[in-house]
Each structure stands twice: as structure tokens, then as C-alpha cells.
Design a binder for this molecule. Structure first.
Ligand code: FES
Length: 149
């Protein structure tokens, strides 16, 4: 089990140090801002949608290792997915990190399972879900900035 924890730590550190899809997108169809008031960290998510799919996605902002790695893995996960699939990933991910769903290997979360241990640390749940709540707001075209509180 500790080998698995080490692997999870390695994946999170890799995405924190080398975030994928970080940056801005011009002419976005969907964009939202999110903030964690507990720490002041914030994220902006940019999405281009084509034929009901996430064609391009980027994120910008500053955050801790967990929030940055989560945003990075989120973009990798939902890129190319339909909007319904992206929202389904958000629900599953949210259930996993809040502990309301046991994660079973092969349930389709893939690399996102590296955050399965976060449910033991309530403060960290907000870090892990910040980008996802912001993505949800972007896809729903909500203009109010998202808060994890
Ligand atoms: Fe701010 Fe994690 S400590 S988002």
C-alpha cells in the first residue's frame, strides 16, 4: 500500500512541478474564476467547446501542490470528452475526494485516483476540488466567481 501512496505522491508532484495545459486561451467559449477563501489561492479555467466536446482547456492562477496538480490532471482528463462526460468526471471526482464514494480500481477515474487519500483531510478537499468547481461554472456559463466555501 505504501508503494501505491508513493506512486500517487509522485504523480501529484510531477503535475505540480510540470503542470499540463497551464496558460490562457483567447476567444474562449467558456471561462470562470474560482477562489479558495481559506488561503486566497485562485484559478481561472478556459474552455473551447466544439461539437459538444472539450476541444481545448487551460488553467491559470496560483495554488498549492494539490490544487495545481488537480487542475493539471483535470485538464488532461476532460480534454476531448463530451460535456456530459466532463460533468460526470466532476461528480465522480467530487464523490471520491469527499469520501461519499468508495473508489474501486477500474471505475474510470484513471489517474484521478491519486487524490483518493484527500478525503482524510477536509481542508485539502477544497484544494483538490477548486479547479473542478471552476470548470463546472465555466461549462454552465456562471458569471459569479466560484468559492470553495
Ligand atoms: Fe490554497 Fe490549497 S492551500 S488551494
Amino acid at each position: 500500500m505504501s508503494d501505491l501512496s508513493d506512486l500517487y505522491q509522485d504523480v501529484i508532484l510531477d503535475h505540480y512541478k510540470r503542470p499540463r495545459n497551464r496558460g490562457h486561451l483567447d476567444d474562449t467559449d467558456h471561462q470562470a474564476d474560482g477562489q479558495n477563501p481559506l488561503c486566497g489561492d485562485h484559478v481561472t479555467v478556459f474552455v473551447k467547446v466544439k461539437d459538444d466536446r472539450v476541444e481545448e482547456i487551460r488553467f491559470a492562477g496560483s495554488g498549492c501542490a494539490i490544487s495545481t496538480a488537480s487542475a493539471s490532471l483535470m485538464t488532461e482528463t476532460v480534454k476531448g470528452k463530451t460535456l456530459d462526460e466532463a460533468k460526470a468526471f466532476f461528480r465522480k471526482f467530487h464523490d471520491m475526494v469527499t469520501g461519499s464514494q468508495e473508489v474501486d480500481h477500474g471505475d474510470g477515474l484513471g489517474k484521478l485516483e491519486v487524490f483518493s487519500g484527500v478525503c482524510q483531510y477536509p481542508v485539502r478537499v477544497k484544494c483538490a476540488t477548486l479547479a473542478w468547481h471552476t470548470l463546472d461554472a465555466a461549462l454552465e456559463n456562471r458569471e459569479e466567481p466560484v468559492s470553495t466555501e
